[in-house]
Design a protein around this ligand. Structure first.
Ligand code: SMG
Ligand code: MG
Length: 366
């Protein structure tokens, strides 16, 4: 497949409500979209880097620079997604940038032969169960109202963002109000240290599905130590950037569940490798989220339909994030999102909406 050119397009997407985590508050999603043009088809992907390097070292301006300066020039003239992945591998890090490029190439390739991403990845479901991730709130009553609203929409699992000072009390309040049957989990985004183990053990009383990334990204060994001191299952997010990391974490006993984000691990091909490693070891999986537009969401929903994805993902409906998505909106049906069936990622941006939110566009000829 010949790559004729690549467009890097920046869009500004206001969130319907601010999203606060232990590392910061997002109010507008600054998204870098990649469009790969070939004679047969065009492919789309979304780079999940945030505007600041707070979730991980990557950030949107840096990802765009890595693409234009190193990654795009390294792509071979004739490339499929595998060849693109191999060509990008020598560059260290920049996994979100690589993931976006590789995914846009994969989308073009699959559209060219009219195969869906879900079918290509090995999906076994036509819809996926959805949870929702709820940011840190100003007060417990505000949190309880928010949870109630999402449950009324049909979400089948609730994830609460936590940090020191906002952990046991909100979890207890949600458990008391919504009962022991509610599938409930928490995400600390690396806000604690192993010295907090006795405090984190207080969460054991609430029968959580999991605690996500309690300790620092590079604390895989410490997560294994924490796993011996609490009964809540540990799920890793930021710590797992590759199938090798997944294998190491599983071997060490650092996690019994993995949050898979294709952007974090360098793309859907690597995400599938993690799926295969985890599944072979009986480690649970679910698909994470990075406040994606419909472009990134479509591909995530396809991945979440693989057989190893045993838990509901952070793949919420479009309206949980944006008043107007750039694709036809993903809608929650009975707590599920439908897996797109069209060629490639199966969705396209709506041109007028896309133009309205575009802040810059850059065409790179090859
Ligand atoms: O896409 O619904 C979503 C967000 C899910 O909580 C979510 N993502 O650590 O898992 C995580 C966070 C990372 C992004 S926070 C801005
Ligand atoms: Mg997380």
């Amino acid at each position: 497949m010949k790559i004729t050119g690549i467009e890097l397009r920046r869009i500004a997407m206001p969130l319907v409500a601010p999203f606060r985590t232990s590392f910061g508050t997002e109010t507008t999603r600054d998204v870098l979209l990649v469009r790969v043009v070939t004679p047969e088809a065009e492919g789309w992907a979304e780079c999940v880097a945030m505007s600041q390097p707070l979730y991980s070292p990557e950030y949107v301006d840096g990802a765009a620079e890595a693409m234009r300066r190193f990654l795009i020039p390294a792509l071979p003239d004739q490339a499929d997604a595998q060849a693109a992945g191999r060509a990008l591998a020598p560059f260290k890090g920049h996994r979100m940038a690589k993931a976006a490029l590789e995914t846009a190439v994969l989308d073009a390739q699959l559209r060219g032969r009219r195969e869906s991403l879900a079918a290509y990845l090995g999906a076994v479901a036509d819809r996926v169960p959805c949870g929702v991730s709820i940011g840190i709130m100003g007060s417990i009553p505000e949190l309880l109202d928010t949870v109630e609203g999402y449950l009324a929409q049909g979400y089948i699992r609730i994830k609460l963002k936590i940090q020191p000072g906002w952990d046991v009390a909100p979890v207890r309040a949600v458990r008391e109000r919504f009962g022991p049957e509610l599938p409930l989990q928490v995400d600390a985004n690396a806000a604690y240290t192993l010295a907090d183990a006795p405090h984190l053990a207080r969460l054991d009383a609430f029968d959580l599905l999991l605690i996500e990334q309690p300790l620092a990204d590079d604390d895989i060994v410490q997560h294994a130590a924490l796993a011996r001191r609490i009964t809540t299952p540990i799920c890793l997010d930021e710590s797992i950037e590759s199938a090798e990391h997944a294998a190491a974490a599983i071997t060490l006993g650092a996690c019994s569940i993995i949050n898979v984000k294709p952007g974090r691990v360098g793309g859907y091909l690597e995400a599938r490798r993690i799926h295969d490693v985890a599944r072979a070891h009986g480690v649970g999986l679910w698909c994470g989220g990075m406040l994606e537009t419909g472009i990134g969401r479509a591909a995530n929903v396809a991945l979440a339909a693989l057989p190893g994805f045993t838990l509901p993902g952070d793949t919420s409906a479009s309206r949980r994030y944006f008043a107007t998505d750039i694709t036809p909106p993903f809608e929650l049906n009975d707590g599920h999102l439908d897996v797109p069936t069209g060629p490639g990622i199966g969705v396209d941006p709506v041109p007028d909406i896309l133009d309205e939110v575009t802040t810059s566009a850059e065409w790179i000829t090859r």
